[in-house]
Design a protein around this ligand. Structure first.
Ligand code: IMP
Length: 204
């Protein structure tokens, strides 16, 4: 089974490819599908933004397309940056952004270092059907930047029950516990059930 992933983020593409490969789903990148789009993410939730990206790609290709929208919610920032996680960096590098967040959390009055990554997955079909899945991983903001793997905020996020940051995990270890791993595994289960009910959707 093949599915087009509506994303230009190579880190996400790598992770999603690895998550879905053992489940027998081959991921075709937006680029491989010949799509050059950057849909405006003006939704109010992760799910709305994922839907905007998936629907834009589906309308252009006429094929089922899946997209995820994800980000980090930090208690000391009132749940932010949330859906603004990719834009929160502005012109800063991820290392600079991570350092900025550590400073904000260190200055927080109630010493609440709690945070979570969230991921919403939406798959849009040409017939108007949709599959929606969600995933989250709880943790806390570390005292320092740590680790070289992963991307984005991984070097400052310590998953619950772990001593080191998400960026110290291999891709496979991260996918087992991550928001994206959870959301895409739920998506894969729902997709399989959907395809059994709608075999016509597998035709080219
Ligand atoms: P999106 O492409 O609009 O979903 O933006 C997601 C942004 O959230 C990324 O650019 C990162 O800043 C952050 N993010 C999402 N997932 C992860 C992750 O697994 N690790 C680290 N940062 C992430």
């Amino acid at each position: 089974m093949q599915i087009i992933l509506a994303s230009n983020n190579k880190d996400k593409l790598r992770e999603v490819t690895e998550i879905l490969a053992p489940l027998g789903i081959e991921v075709i990148s937006q680029r491989q599908a010949g799509l050059r789009i950057e849909a405006e993410e003006n939704g109010r939730t992760f799910q709305e933004n994922a839907r905007i990206k998936a629907r834009a790609a589906m309308e252009l290709t006429g094929k089922p397309c899946v997209a995820d929208d994800s980000g980090i919610e930090i208690n000391a920032m009132g749940g932010g940056p949330g859906i603004f996680s990719s834009r929160y960096c502005g012109d800063l590098s991820y290392a600079e952004t991570c350092q900025k967040i550590i400073t904000i959390v260190n200055c927080c009055d109630d010493h609440d270092r709690g945070a979570r990554f969230r991921c919403a997955v939406v798959c849009c079909f040409p017939n108007g059907d949709e599959i929606v899945a969600q995933g989250a991983v709880e943790g806390e903001i570390g005292m320092r930047i740590e680790g070289k793997n992963g991307f984005g905020y991984d070097p400052i996020f310590i998953p619950c029950g772990m001593k080191h940051s998400m960026a110290c995990l291999t891709d496979q270890e991260k996918n087992e516990i991550s928001h994206r791993g959870r959301a895409f595994r739920e998506f894969a289960e729902k997709l399989r059930a959907y395809m059994e009910e709608h075999p016509e959707e597998q035709k080219e």
